[in-house]
Design a protein around this ligand. Structure first.
Ligand code: ADP
Ligand code: MG
Length: 281
């Protein structure tokens, strides 16, 4: 459904030329939940902006359902890291969530229905009339998620959406994302610098190298689909996957500047689990 091919982005300044990403190639199937991890400054936000059609790549292309993305595609929603700047402070929570639905020109009754469902799904059914500045950071981020969900996107991009919330809220929001994904079957590309979060959330983890950025590895997360904070994180398989991702990122830092060998598709061999057929890479 989503194809990123040979994506390169160079920011050209007057004095400075920054190659934010060098050569990124990967694709997402419809309905997939993939996480993208990489060190800070490796170009994750740049990549998302290119995928969202907010930034033109220097070379390479992004295809959505086979069509090149040249501007914000209909059916795509983005949740940014800075929720504080992504909600309009003069609009109530209800109006913030409703805004994109007005732009979609949905009839009033349908808008009302979608806003109610979305706010209920993020646990904010009582907050319609509140203003963003009256809410905690975690609640504001839930409003931003509700706005994205109400829009009924086919593709949801999330850029380190939980980086600024406390650990407990973050755990709740992670579970919320998996719930919503199960319910809506939307395709999600979730960017994070947090290795545990990537392994906990994803069906697949794409590991980016540090600059010059390439896709270092694509790892299948063979944890059971039913995940919960206590059991999944205590699962030995979770530990071996996170260790693997950690080692890959460390290796990527050591190899920074080395020529790209192309991304590898990997499965981590490890503990034998009955009923799981695993082929070592
Ligand atoms: P990440 O999200 O992984 O932290 P970014 O995509 O924000 O990384 O940035 C990647 C690189 O591109 C960094 O070196 C950053 O300084 C640079 N960069 C990002 N945006 C711009 C811009 N608008 N102009 C120039 N350089 C930029
Ligand atoms: Mg970023």
């Amino acid at each position: 459904m989503l194809d990123v091919r040979g994506l390169q982005k160079i920011y050209e300044g007057r004095e400075r030329r920054v190659e934010a990403v060098r050569d990124l190639t990967f694709s997402l199937d419809a309905g997939e939940l993939a996480c993208l991890v990489g060190p800070s400054g490796c170009g994750k936000t740049t990549l998302l902006k290119c995928v969202a059609g907010l930034l033109a790549p220097t070379s390479g292309e992004v295809l959505l359902d086979g069509r090149a993305v040249t501007g914000p595609p209909p059916g795509m929603a983005v949740v940014f890291q800075e929720y504080g700047r992504s909600l309009f402070p003069w609009m109530s929570v209800h109006d913030n969530v409703e805004l994109p639905l007005r732009q979609k020109k949905l009839p009033r009754a349908r808008r009302r229905e979608l806003v109610h469902e979305a706010l209920a799904s993020v646990g904010l059914a009582d907050a319609h009339r509140a203003y963003p500045w009256q809410l905690s950071g975690g609640m504001q981020q839930r409003v931003a998620i509700a706005r994205a969900v109400a829009y009924e996107p086919n593709v949801l991009l999330m850029d380190e959406p939980f980086a600024a919330v406390d650990a407990q809220t973050r755990a709740d929001l992670e579970d919320l994302i998996r719930d919503l994904w199960h319910k809506l079957r939307v395709t999600i590309l979730f960017v994070t610098h947090d290795i545990d979060e990537a392994v906990y959330l994803g069906q697949r983890v794409l590991i980016l190298s540090s600059s010059p950025t390439v896709v270092q590895e694509q790892l299948t997360i063979d944890l059971p689909d039913e995940r919960d904070q206590l059991h999944t994180r205590a699962d030995p398989r979770f530990t071996s996957l996170r260790t693997h991702v950690y080692e890959q990122i460390q290796a990527a830092k050591r190899n920074a500047g080395a020529p790209a060998g192309g991304s590898r598709d990997t499965e981590v061999p490890g503990d034998a689990r009955p009923g799981l057929d695993r082929t070592p890479a």
